[in-house]
Write a protein that binds this ligand. Structure first.
Ligand code: SF4
Ligand code: SF4
Length: 451
């Protein structure tokens, strides 16, 4: 019998039993296969949801070895969860693959101690980047001025042209960043010199209620315009916005890198930050963060990592919140005679099932023609850090999106997740395309008068 000693990282016999039971719920019907982006690209059973579940079950029950091949097929999975959303047996694929990755990570750590490297599961620079920068918002904030200067001076453009740093992890992230925007400040202040967000933005006029705004990590630098737009729209619709400075990264990158305990610590910090503010809801502008914040409250099938839960504050994507709350007849929105394509992020479509709300929101913009992108159930290839770790597959998936966008005839592309936005916009910039990529709330805010 194959021995996989790192299976012992499953916290108890009970959690291992639940893990095996969940994988046994796959009846191998294959209905998920045509929806899986990696199966569609590679036509290999081992790169399909059914194949991966069978391999995970084999490793956990010690029937097959935890080796490089196994790691490679799991690394190729986008965790897009398209398979989960179509599975008639409701197999919790996302949880299975996250748990399998934590087993791999434990195995990799054990192998490093013994001088062996059982495959390349994550760049070794990535944990340092996560720990020292991405999960340290205060440090990220300090980079804002430097990035602004690098972009404004044309230095990044030159780096891109001469492929400087292109192969390094930091370089890849740097090249993906759109123009840096400064945080929103009260109208009487000069917004370009506001170093960070205020902790409170009062509602314009009579306050309906207070909400919390989740900033995320990299989005503070790459998508500040969306965060500014959220504050602008929410305050004008009568919601005061609280932005606690203690909030941090949602932990999704740790979660999908096989480190749920670190993800849990970040989540607990976030929930402490938002508790006691008296907010009606925590609003998110990135559906990837939204999934992580929401799923934290549910029981993990294999470990007790999530048992603390986030308390009772509702976490909600901003488009859904606005559609449920705003009195749209009274709001002045300028017309926009443009064709707008909508890209559905996997997290919004396959996990939250809230993909309808951005379309409804955009329907409030007079003259706007909102069109569907072909194959909108397919991942764009961004998938957290997938675009860095699996660039060849990510590029092929992006090719499909660019083709669909081209066929749509759209002048604008909107999407509700910062990762998708950066990934698609980066390619469009490289192509010198005139198509702008933005969040639906940013477009709405502009039509409501945000400068
Ligand atoms: S649809 Fe569900 S049960 Fe069928 S093969 Fe896929 S994961 Fe297994
Ligand atoms: S999560 Fe996405 S890439 Fe992974 S097996 Fe499921 S459908 Fe395929």
């Amino acid at each position: 019998m194959t021995k996989n000693p790192d299976i012992n990282r499953l916290s108890s016999d009970d959690s291992k039993k639940r893990f095996i039971e969940e994988s046994n719920r796959c009846v191998s019907c294959g209905l998920c296969l045509p929806h899986c982006p990696t199966y569609r690209l590679l036509q290999s059973e081992a790169d399909s949801p059914r194949g991966r579940i069978a391999m995970i079950n084999g490793v956990v029950t010690n029937r097959i070895p935890l080796n490089e091949k196994f790691i490679q097929h799991l690394d190729r999975c986008l965790t897009c969860r398209a398979c989960e959303s179509v599975c008639p047996n409701n197999v919790a694929y996302g949880r299975l693959v996250d748990e399998a990755r934590s087993i791999i990570r434990a195995s990799a750590a054990a192998s490093r101690k013994s001088g062996q490297y059982p495959g390349k599961h994550q760049s070794r620079l990535f944990p340092a980047l996560l720990t020292n920068w991405i999960t340290q918002p205060a440090r990220l904030e300090r980079l804002r001025g430097l990035l602004y200067l690098l972009q404004k001076s044309g230095t990044i453009r030159l780096f891109r042209k001469f492929n400087v740093w292109k192969s390094s992890l930091a370089g890849k992230i740097l090249m993906q960043l759109p123009p840096v925007v400064f945080p929103y400040a009260a109208p009487q202040k000069n917004r370009h010199f506001s170093p960070t967000w205020q902790s409170f933005y009062p509602a314009t006029g009579k306050e309906k209620s207070k909400v919390g705004l989740f900033l995320g990590c990299i989005a503070r630098l790459s998508d500040a315009e969306t965060l500014n737009a959220a504050i602008f729209v929410l305050t004008r619709l009568g919601y005061s916005v609280c932005i606690p400075t203690e909030q941090t990264c949602c932990g999704a990158l740790y979660q999908h890198a096989g480190e749920p305990e670190k993800a849990k610590q970040l989540m607990q910090r976030n929930m402490r930050a938002f508790s006691g503010l008296g907010v009606q809801a925590i609003i998110t502008t990135a559906s990837g963060c939204s999934v992580q914040l929401k799923e934290f409250s549910t029981d993990c099938i294999t470990t007790d990592a999530y048992s603390a839960g986030p308390g009772m504050i509702q976490v909600i994507d901003i488009s859904k919140f606005l559609m449920g709350m705003a009195d749209w007849d009274t709001i002045m929105i300028k017309p926009l005679a443009k064709t707008i394509a909508v890209h559905d992020p996997c997290s919004l479509r396959h996990v939250l099932h809230d993909q309808i709300h951005p379309y409804r929101l955009l329907a409030h913009i007079p003259d706007a023609q909102v069109v569907l992108l072909a194959d909108n159930d397919q991942c764009c290839g961004a998938a957290g850090t997938y675009f860095i770790e699996q660039p060849a597959l990510a590029d092929k998936l992006l090719d499909g999106k660019i083709k669909a966008l081209d066929q749509s005839g759209a002048q604008l592309l909107v999407t509700s997740n910062v990762g998708c936005s950066m990934h698609i916009a980066s390619r469009l910039r490289a192509m010198d395309s005139g198509i702008e990529v933005l969040h639906p709330v940013t477009l709405l805010a502009r039509q409501m008068g945000m400068q």
